[in-house]
Design a protein around this ligand. Structure first.
Ligand code: AMP
Ligand code: MG
Length: 269
């Protein structure tokens, strides 16, 4: 098992996991960037085969606190990957129509099809995170959701979806730095949302909600990884290596060509 993977019902203490940890990388930051470049090349090849074979489906779930690095992770990991076959699905405050359905309705619609990689930027986990912290539904309602989620993900898995879930673990101090950067840098100002400061005050509640969600829903077929995410280069390196390794284990191959393909050379007029 990967060192950042959480096992089911693990009583880990999220506050004890160090967001600055870089223990999987012994060399310097520059070397990590070179390694990431090599990993990206592998990912590009794997995605090409995934798309051609049209058999497996990959779902990557990203969750984090505000300014946790979800957008940056997506940008960095999928740089250079053929956009045909890769899709990002972001989940915001549910619309009226979405609210009038069960909370998995909007999620299921956006899961990957054969040959596709889908990255969830936020996900059905919001329904046991923000919803719990703000008591948007009563406790007896959200408490049942862990079980729904486990079964929903099992359904996806048994129908051919490979699921990887990442919590980008930043410190509260790092979030402060990132908010300040959003205020100071003109090209980042659009990301600043004063409401995020209200959410920040609920940090402890969120950590408790994350801890419960992660420990209750980490399964062999849909594991959670808690990634130290204060350092972007390390976060990108670790996540990309987990995705690459998982895809390599699928032992994918190109579909067989039509029989006697060579003979068609002469048929081209
Ligand atoms: P952002 O990702 O910064 O664009 O913000 C999206 C916002 O939508 C976040 O504040 C989320 O907490 C919120 N959100 C996402 N899903 C839900 C949900 N199911 N219920 C309530 N709020 C949600
Ligand atoms: Mg935000």
């Amino acid at each position: 098992m990967h060192i950042y993977q959480i096992s089911n019902n693990d009583k880990f203490d999220i506050k004890k996991l160090d967001p600055n940890d870089t223990k999987l990388w012994k060399k310097d930051k520059k070397a990590a960037k070179d390694e990431l470049r090599d990993l990206r090349k592998k990912l590009i090849d794997l995605q090409r085969t995934l798309y051609a074979q049209h058999k497996h489906k990959i779902l990557i779930v990203l969750q984090a606190m505000d300014a946790g690095g979800k957008d940056g992770t997506i940008k960095s990991i999928f740089k250079g990957v053929n956009p045909q076959g890769v899709r990002v699905a972001g989940f915001k405050v549910p619309t009226q129509e979405e609210r009038e359905h069960d909370y998995l309705w909007r999620i299921h619609k956006r899961t990957p099809r054969n040959g596709e990689i889908v990255i969830f930027n936020r996900s059905h986990y919001e329904d046991v995170l923000v919803v719990r912290v703000h008591q948007l539904v009563p406790e007896k309602v959200w408490k049942k959701r862990y079980d729904h989620i486990i079964r929903f993900e099992r359904l996806l898995s048994e129908e051919g979806t490979t699921i990887l879930k990442f919590f980008l673990n930043i410190s509260q101090e790092e979030q402060k730095e990132r908010f300040l950067e959003r205020i100071e840098k003109p090209e980042k100002q659009w990301k600043f949302n004063p409401n995020d400061l209200e959410e920040r005050k609920l940090w402890e509640d969120y950590m408790q909600a994350y801890q419960d969600a992660i420990s209750k829903t980490s399964t062999a077929y849909a594991p959670w990884f808690v990634i130290p995410a204060n350092r972007n280069w390390y976060r990108d390196y670790v996540i990309t290596s987990i995705i690459v390794e998982t895809m390599e284990n699928l032992k994918m191959h190109y579909p067989n060509p039509v029989e006697n393909i060579e003979q068609f050379k002469d048929a081209i007029i």
